[in-house]
Design a protein around this ligand. Structure first.
Ligand code: FMN
Length: 187
């Protein structure tokens, strides 16, 4: 039977949605894994899909150093699942996007990591070496922001989602692929 991986995300202005699309593409590229992408705005139609998932990948823009409010509303709504520990032992992973190089976006990933722990899920890290941290490095490196906890992207505040860097989108794809491969290894 195929494995199921759901990408659940929020995006106010399209940047994190584009990142989510690439995470989804990474999942979908792995044979034997079904991928689904759900915006938190539509999550009420998808609680059963989340219950059936082998892995859930969380994504939110960093707003005010935290996950965005609509994503937090989804987190709070999931407390109904928490009561029955319905996501116990599923894989979890996360991605975030913000305007600044840091912008405190690690905090958003840490919020997702703690959240997955509350649900007794198993957190999957990014699994890439840091890029762009040597004289030979460049912004085109995979994992150019140098995250370990999950996939990060940086989008200039005055540009739309179409201007996002390929390196960030490939990093997002990598995360999706890695989680899908891990789901297959879970047997
Ligand atoms: C309310 C709000 C708060 C923000 N706070 C941060 C922040 O703390 N750090 C940062 O680097 N960028 C911050 N930004 C910029 C967004 O993270 C950035 O524009 C991002 O690309 C938006 O993603 P989205 O298009 O998926 O909503 C903020 C933007 C908004 C609208």
């Amino acid at each position: 039977m195929s494995k199921k991986v759901v990408v659940v995300y929020h995006s106010g202005f399209g940047h994190t949605a584009r990142q989510a699309e690439h995470v989804f593409n990474g999942v979908a590229a792995v044979d034997g894994v079904d991928a689904l992408r759900v915006s938190v705005e539509n999550v009420d139609a998808h609680w059963d899909d989340l219950a059936a998932a082998d892995a859930i990948i969380f994504g939110a823009p960093t707003y005010m150093g935290s996950v965005s409010a609509p994503f937090k509303a989804f987190m709070d709504a999931s407390s109904k699942v928490w009561f029955t520990q319905g996501w116990k032992d599923k894989l979890a992973a996360g991605f975030t996007n913000s305007a600044s190089q840091s912008g405190d976006k690690l905090n958003a990933l840490l919020q997702m990591m703690v959240f997955s722990g509350q649900h007794a899920m198993v957190w999957v890290s990014l699994g890439l070496p840091p890029g762009n941290n040597a004289s030979t490095g460049s912004v085109d490196d995979l994992n150019r922001i140098g995250s370990y906890a999950g996939a990060m992207a940086q989008s200039n505040a005055d540009e739309g989602a179409e201007a996002m860097r390929e390196s960030d989108l490939k990093t997002a794809e990598h995360l999706g692929r890695r989680v899908a491969e891990m789901a297959l290894r879970m047997g």
